[in-house]
Design a protein around this ligand. Sequence first.
Ligand SMILES: Nc1nc2c(c(=O)[nH]1)N[C@H]1C(S)=C(S)[C@@H](COP(=O)(O)O)O[C@H]1N2
Ligand SMILES: [Mo]
Length: 450
Amino acid sequence: MTDKRVEEKVALPTEESRNQSRRAFLKGTAAVAGGVLFTKAASADYDPKKAVAPYAGKKEITEPLKDGPWRKRLGFGVRKYPYGVPSPDVSYIQRRTLEWLTPDSMASITMTPLQHLHGIITPNGLHFERFHGGAADIKAKDHRLVIHGLVERPLIFTVDDLKRFPSISRIHFIECPANGAMEWKGVQLNSVQWTHGMMSCVEYTGVRLSDLLKEAGIKLDKARWIIPEGADASGMSRSIPLEIAMDDCFVAYAQNGEPLRREQGYPIRLVVPGCEANMWVKYLRRIKVSDVPLQHREETSKYTELMPDGTAQRFSWYMEPNSVITYPSPDFKMQGPGKYYVRGLAWSGRGKVAHVDVSFDGGKNWHEAHFTSPVLDKAWTRFEIEWDWDGSEAFLMSRVTDETGYVQPPMPQMRAIEGTNNVYHRTAMVTWRVHAWNSKNGGLIENVQY
Ligand SMILES: Nc1nc2c(c(=O)[nH]1)N[C@H]1C(S)=C(S)[C@@H](COP(=O)(O)O)O[C@H]1N2
Ligand SMILES: [Mo]
């Protein structure tokens, strides 16, 4: 049966199609009451002579289906994997690091294989990692969270204490502001895993930070900042303005339905929706409420944006709207001319995605894509658009507009303003070049910059 909540949140590209879907939905509900949802909905525009994807599966059926060994003997039983693992057939789908980026033995960055993900949720084992001092191995029973500073009642919590508070679950993307950094000066890397993989999107569960701050009796007349601190060897700290802290931040103890992974800050991490991942302090052990920012190294020497005139811009909290085509993308090769469904991800730290345009000719003409996932606040949104590839050279680009009207810029525009000293917040469009089918590199896809 259709999930009403999901159906309602799926935004469609035009006002007209929005209304159509609304009508279809209303019709659907009426039909459910009558118990004939599927036959009614399916027969409306179904033509058995018309194919949806006319080039897929168009082969002659000349032999019977193969019976492999899996057909001839019993498969593995229920006790083999008390905690399930992916099929070895997809073992190539891994987070990866670049040797020249993190050459030390304790690799400090791995990236999410966005090209192989579907929908909007990143599985926990594929979540990107960024450690400034390695991943801490902490037992929940040994962990404490202290809240102190400008509060009436300094408090110390165990993880079990936190679970006694009201909980919330939210789907949000998390993006390191250095995502895309290697592409600031020009194209370097031929995979969406390298160009955009310093981000993920998961469902977090935890307790509202505002509830904890109120529990400690935060002195709202004096408090202006909170200073979270991690328990790991990096001593990660950032200054977060109180407005953000009291808005939609929370202390998460679960990710995608299970306890956080150690890589993500087990047993607890701060979630700062829409903001730089650097502020999402892992292994959270202390929150100081303050009237001034900390001026920590992570907000002075790093995570600041070096401008062309040599000054640095500090405190760029929110991640700008961004989008990328994940299929087809440089990890794939076109299968020949014909119909494709081009798909990708769009997100904005400032709220919801409003619409996504796709170009097949390097930005000369734009076509509005539709959304195939729910459209959530500060979360990935999955877009898709039909494309009839005639086999000639093509340049694929996507451009997001968020609900505040911010339009994703082309790279030359971003570079004209910010120069090339900066490494953070590179959120301009990227371009995938599709080589003509009958050229030397027929069907290959590569990262080029416009
Ligand atoms: N305690 C702690 N928190 C931290 C970090 C860290 O090294 N230690 N790295 C930060 C940075 S720079 C990023 S991008 C994100 C990465 O989160 P992830 O490893 O869960 O992907 O965590 C942030 N929080
Ligand atoms: Mo980061």
